[in-house]
Design a protein around this ligand. Structure first.
Ligand SMILES: Cc1c2[nH]c(c1CCC(=O)O)Cc1[nH]c(c(CCC(=O)O)c1C)Cc1[nH]c(c(CCC(=O)O)c1C)Cc1[nH]c(c(C)c1CCC(=O)O)C2
Length: 365
């Protein structure tokens, strides 16, 4: 099993804190409903899971944003909730609503019965990784991903998103920390196996989405999110076929814990828009690459304003290191996923501005 050689390794170099000619850019949820071609494929597939479980559709939609924009990485088209689904919790996406799990973890018996899923149930994901790697023909690297143990637990206990500040899962956390710990331990083992299988199938970097880590109290975050993310990281393959596999951890709302996150065994920390990149670089830039952090709402403004805000984010980080060896680097991204209401031509303006201004930053500094 061999794949075509990589033509653009800018993203992977920046992950490893190596110098690049410009700042690489990709966008969380870059394949999605803001693209009319995504909506057309989604309509043919019939449902979100119909799309995600079909290798040809998943490959097609992964490549859609790359065919429009000069993005520096592709991300596997799938969802974090494929893992709870494989655990037997019964995932569905109702039209116009968020995700639903038919059999959430509501009592001691369901938590006791929880097991690391048979990875064969997730084979469609690994098949998609292989198919996407071939279809990319080495244009850009492919990122694999998973939810963090905590973020998966949020959906597994609530049975979906939350309208009341994760009342169910946080009640369990405080009243039955033993049950919470069991869910998180199973999730950590499942996530590590899931990401390692993505790496074996061809994922060239992996990202852990801790979308709800920021909902936790100080102290609870370290105990119920960070510790289990570290358990996952400690079990991940460092390299595949002799090539290093960078690991990205993104905690939305985790800006106040950056210093503690520096101890994570990963190469890149993702940050949301509440973080100042200059300060983040001063805190953790000596050992971690930084990814982020434009407010996705900026993309609703006019293209000139989008470009100006993108330059501001790049200027906040400052000139990345340019020498041999390693030093502070930045991967441009949004501070969270792109909104379905985003005009695609504003994304075009964003990507062009990031590439042009980050070249200037290197020439001028
Ligand atoms: C929390 C979370 C989920 N899924 C994900 C997260 C973590 C990132 C984050 O915090 O946003 C991760 C995810 N979900 C999806 C991707 C695809 C890859 C990409 O382009 O980034 C990724 C990386 C596809 C998707 N996953 C989903 C869609 C839209 C559904 C559709 O097309 O019908 C897509 C493109 C559905 C989904 N999946 C999830 C929710 C809450 C929803 C509904 C909200 C929404 O509709 O945006 C759970």
């Amino acid at each position: 099993m061999s794949f075509p050689p990589l033509a653009n390794d800018t993203f992977l170099r920046a992950c490893l804190r190596q110098a690049t000619d410009y700042t690489p850019v990709w966008l969380m949820r870059q394949a999605g409903r803001y693209l009319p071609e995504y909506k057309a494929t989604r309509a043919r597939a019939g449902s979100f899971m119909g799309l995600a479980t079909n290798v040809d559709y998943a490959t097609e939609v992964t490549l859609q944003p790359l065919n429009r924009f000069a993005l520096d990485a592709a991300i596997l088209f799938s969802d974090i909730l494929t893992v709870p689904d494989a655990m037997g919790l019964g995932l569905s996406f109702a039209e116009g609503e968020g995700p639903r799990l038919a059999r959430p973890l509501r009592d001691e018996a369901s938590v006791a019965a929880l097991e690391v899923p048979d990875l064969d149930k997730l084979r469609y994901v690994f098949d998609a990784v292989r198919s996407i790697r071939h279809a990319l023909r080495g244009r850009v690297p492919l990122i694999g991903f998973s939810g963090s143990p905590w973020t998966l637990a949020c959906y597994m206990v609530e049975g979906g998103g939350s309208a009341d500040d994760w009342r169910g899962v946080k009640s369990m956390l405080y009243s039955r920390p033993d049950l919470m710990a069991r869910i998180l331990a199973v999730n950590a083992e499942a996530v590590a196996a899931y990401l390692n299988a993505q790496i074996a199938a061809g994922a060239q970097a992996v990202m852990i989405f801790d979308s709800w880590g920021g909902a936790l109290a100080d102290g609870a975050f370290q105990r119920f999110s960070l510790a289990y993310t570290q358990q996952v990281l400690s079990r991940l393959l460092r390299s595949h076929d002799g090539v290093t596999i960078p690991r990205i951890v993104f905690t939305k709302g985790g800006g106040l814990w950056l210093q503690e996150m520096e101890a994570l065994d990963c190469e890149v920390l993702g940050v949301d828009w509440t973080v100042n990149l200059r300060r983040a670089r001063a805190l953790v830039g000596g050992s971690k690459a930084l990814q982020g952090n434009l407010d996705p709402a900026v993309l609703f403004a006019r293209p000139e304003q989008v470009a100006a805000e993108a330059r501001r984010v790049l200027d906040d980080f400052g000139a990345p290191h340019r020498g041999p060896g390693t030093g502070p680097t930045h991967i441009f991204n949004l501070g969270h996923g792109i909104s379905q209401h985003t005009p695609p031509d504003h994304v075009q303006a964003l990507v062009e501005a990031v590439h042009a201004h980050s070249r200037q930053l290197r020439a001028g500094a």
